[in-house]
Design a protein around this ligand. Structure first.
Ligand SMILES: [Zn+2]
Length: 278
């Protein structure tokens, strides 16, 4: 592979919540009512190589599992969406994980050949948080314990790369920035595309207004559901804003309630969209 690469970037929507209060997610949004939050992961393609940013989650055949616990009635297997792009699990060579929450990392077991890239502090902090006495288990409520078993197994198989902070060209044209707050070692993924750089926010933000401020007043807004502090979150939003250079058109929000408005839909499978970002 060359030293630089430009990637095709697709957002793959695979689940949706129903009537979720905004204030569950973002601080201060009491008056903003409810919405149907979409869940997505990203497919990157270059020169026959297929890379994911996050994986979505699998539904437990024995019960609703996490999708029941968090009110996500509408779901499609991420594998079915990849099949719509003519890809099987073994075609995925690499996976960048923004953070370990079940809806982002929950399907890693489905991709046994992929190399996994995650921040060192993300993976190790979850091991530590799970080891705490049960009275601290609020902190781990959004992480599927099975994912931790899978990650340890993949680590022993030398399939996990733990990244220590910001790093350019983890793969050519794919860069990461440590952006803690939502979780301890959350990372932002930046991708070189033919249309320029795109910044994948992960769960640093759910709404663009967290960057632009309420009524565009420029005051950053933190999430309510975060393991880290408001201060860490705002430093991360500032870092992301630097990467964007003020251009919101370069931002890719995985839980975008506008469902990636204005971008071309390349496939639609039972109402779930695959959108080409660049
Ligand atoms: Zn999350």
């Amino acid at each position: 592979m060359a030293q630089s690469a430009v990637w095709d970037l697709y957002v793959m929507e695979y689940a949706r919540s129903k009537n979720q209060p905004w204030v569950d997610l973002v601080a201060g949004m009491y008056a903003d009512g409810v919405m149907d939050l979409p869940f997505s992961f990203v497919l990157l393609q270059h020169d026959g190589r297929n890379v994911l940013v996050d994986t979505g989650f699998m539904r437990d055949e024995h019960g609703p599992g996490f999708s029941g616990k968090f009110g996500i009635p509408t779901w499609m297997s991420p594998l079915r969406l990849l099949a719509a792009m003519k890809l099987g699990p073994d075609d995925i060579s690499d996976i960048f994980i923004t953070h370990a929450h079940f809806d982002h990392m929950g399907s890693i077991a489905e991709f046994p050949k992929a190399q996994i890239y995650i921040q060192k502090t993300e993976l190790l902090s979850w091991y530590e948080l799970f080891a705490l006495p049960k009275r601290f288990s609020h902190l781990t409520a959004i992480v599927d314990p099975q994912t931790m078993h899978t990650a340890l197994g993949a680590s022993i198989d030398h399939r996990v790369t733990m990244i220590d902070g910001d790093k350019d060209n983890v793969l050519p044209g794919i860069h990461v920035r440590l952006g803690g707050g939502h979780t301890v070692g959350h990372q932002i993924v930046i991708v070189d595309t033919a249309a320029g750089r795109r910044v994948i926010s992960g769960d640093c933000i759910y709404s663009r207004s967290q960057i632009t401020g309420r009524d565009n007043d420029g005051v950053y807004i933190p999430l309510n559901n975060a393991v880290g502090s408001a201060w860490e979150q705002l430093k991360t939003i500032d870092k992301m804003n630097d990467e964007l250079g003020g251009d919101m058109g370069r931002l890719v929000v995985l839980h975008d309630v506008e469902r990636w408005k204005g971008l071309p839909v390349v496939k639609e499978v039972e109402g779930f969209r695959i959108v080409k970002v660049a």
